[in-house]
Structures are given as structure tokens and as C-alpha cells.
Ligand binder design. Sequence first.
Ligand SMILES: [Zn+2]
Length: 456
Amino acid sequence: MRYANQAVDRMSADEIREMQQRLLLRQIRYCYDNSDFYRQRFAEVGVEPGDIRSLDDFYRMPILMDKEQERLSQARSLREEGHAFGAHLCSSPEDIAITATTSGTTGLPTFSYTLGSDDLTRLHAPAALMVGQAGIGRGDRVLFAHALGVYATSTLLPPLRAAGVLPIDVDVRGGAESILRFAAMTRPAAAMMTPSLALHLIDRIPEVLGHAPRDLGLRALFVVGEVGAGIPEVKHRIEEAYGCRLYDWIGPFAQALGVSCDSDEYHGMHVVTPDTDLYPMDLIDPETREHVPVVDGAIGEAVYTSLQRKTLPILRYASGDVVRVNTAPCGACGFTGPRVTVVGRSDDMLIVKGVNVYPAAIKRVVSAFDLELTGELRVVLDRPPPLVEPPLTLRLEVNAEAWERRGTEGLSGLERRVQRALHEELRITPRIEWVQQGGLPRALAKTALFEKRYTD
Ligand SMILES: [Zn+2]
């Protein structure tokens, strides 16, 4: 794996940092000069753009944005300027080339993926690199099975087309059968979807198409939006079923791109865009919001900063995405840049007896029991998070075979093993409710891990 920009690819680590610093200082000035929102935010935190002379000065300054600030900015622009892109829009609304929103699973969607034509062009190289490493390029069709509409992943469509790839963008809301009929008709070289949809289709392909998943003939599967490919059992299961490599990718604000490399073992998502975002080198403690120095294995909440974006740039945006950053060269491909593994969402974090627990981490531990469990789970909440009255309750889905055996042997042995693993890895001893295979509903877009048993 290499960096998306060839000029950056020839730079040393020091030269990359110097480039980032130069771009950052220019970008701060640009945002300050072109947006009332940024002038106001700098004043509110008591910093002048001239106070920031280095990356370290910037990492030490207070957070300028988060989801809440972004929503306030949107409400303000809707009120004062008649559009919902946000008061941090630094160009005229007429210059917007594409817009897409977050899914809105945590509230009102935000137009975080709003790009001018230069911003959009800057996505071409990373997108071409991502599919290119799997041998996908000009003339290939790609089944694009994300939620059709104004959602974040739609910003990947123009760069894919620019790479000569023909996306077959099917609406996942049409259901598994419709997705698979399109796959059978268009014979795609690769497919893009969430990992939970890739898992779900393993069972549906024989029913709908009458053949095995590997007979789709896919050469690669690209997944996004959930922890999945980072779990060894999930990666192995999907690769085995489809007979192709699974690539895990992340594209926050459509300005940074991380993608896993072509390797049996998972080495995290390689961030190939140091010239467009400081991600993932700006980390904070999710609670104190103090900067966390990035050493190999550092964990913190990722802070996003646009280095070149002109239309709707973000500066020091606390994302809520908690990641682990590895800085040692990748053991498989030798990539020397940072690699990220998703740990969870800071707003998903639970506190059980003073211990911080992420549902994504629970899912990772539970997935190791793939002989007996499907990996589908819910974390039951009896009161608003993050505080949980122990014991934490988990609903775990048992596969058909283990369910058959429950009558004779019971599930107490399995319960003890799962509890022991969760205690060893995460210091929690949950209460477990068993659910029969298929008992927990699957969402085709993003599957919620919480089951609320309280009213807001
Ligand atoms: Zn690698």
C-alpha cells in the first residue's frame, strides 16, 4: 500500500509533517477569512489564528467543532441564509458540486459531505487507489449496495466513475432479493456494502440465486460503516464464503481515506491521505478532550481537520469515533503511514462498575464463539447510558445447531465460557439472554447494537 498522492508518497515522515503544517496554517487563515462561524468560534475559545504556529499548537487548542456545533451551525445557516449546509460554509452555495448527509441514526442528519468540484476531484486518487489495490479499475462493474439517496457513501460514486468503474447502485431498502437479482444480471467484479449485509447475504444467495456466494465471481468485497472486517472470525467467514478478499474502509467527511491491505491477517485501515486531513494524528481523550500523543497503539477519539477543503471545511472536529492508531510499518505490506482500527463510538461508551465498555468490543469478543453463536447481539439498556446498573444484559443469538442441543445439554457451559472471555478481555460479567438464530432483526444499512428498555 502507498499514499494516494504520488508526491506525498516520495516524502519522508518529517517532510509529510512539514507539508501538513504548511497546509494547516493556510487552511486556518482561509476558514477564518471566509466564515463568520469560524471567527466566532476562535473568539469563543480565546485563540487568534496567529497564535497557531505549529501542529503542536493546534493539537493543544480547544475543540472547535463536534456534532452539536455542526447542528447549531446548520440551524444558523438555515435561519440566516436559507440553506442547511452550515454557517461554516466558506463558499457560495452555488459552488456546491455534491452534497450528502450522515445517516441520522443519532439525531438530525448533518450535511457533512458537502463538496465543491475541487474537493470532489481530490477524492479521485484515493478512490482509485482503494479499488486498484484489488485489481479493480477501468471497465469493471461494482455492485454498490449502500442506502441509495443523499447518504455519505454516495460521494464515492463520482470518483469511482472517474476511475472508469461502473457502479451498479442498488437501493438496499429494496431488500436482499432485489440486491441479488441485480448482482445476477450485472455480474459485478466487486461489491461494496456493510459487513452485516455481506454476512446476511451468505444465507440468502443460495435461496434466491440457487448457487453458492462464491459463484457470484466477486474479486473483492469492500465494506464500510460498521466494525466487522476488523473481527478475524467475520473477515474469515466472509472471505471463505465469497472466495475473495475483504477490504475494510473508512472515509470520514469524504476527505480522509483508510483502507485495509491485501492480507490474510487484518492490519487496520491504512490512512493514505495525509495531505487532505490530519486524521488520525490528532487524538483526544473522549472525556477530558485533552490531546493524546500518537505513539504506536495509542487509543483516542479522532479529531478531523480539513487541510485543503474549500467548500465546507472542518477544523478540530471531535468526531466521537474512538480509534486505535498503529504507527509501526504494516507487517504485511510495509506501509509506513498510520493505520487505524475502530474501537467504538464515544457516545456508545458504557460504564459498568467504573469500567469503560464499547459495544463494538463486546461484539469482537463474542464473535470468537462462531461455532455456537451467529455473532448477532444486542446490549440491553434499562436506563439512559453511559451508566449501567450491573450486571449488563446481553442478548446473544445461538445458531441452529447449538439451539438443538440446548434441550439435552443446556447452554450453561457456553454461558460460562462467554462470560469468562468477556471478563478476561473487558472486565465485565454480563447476564445473558439466549435468542434463537434469526431472532434478532438485521438492518440492511446499519444495525443498532442497543436495545432500549426505557422510555426517553
Ligand atoms: Zn498493510
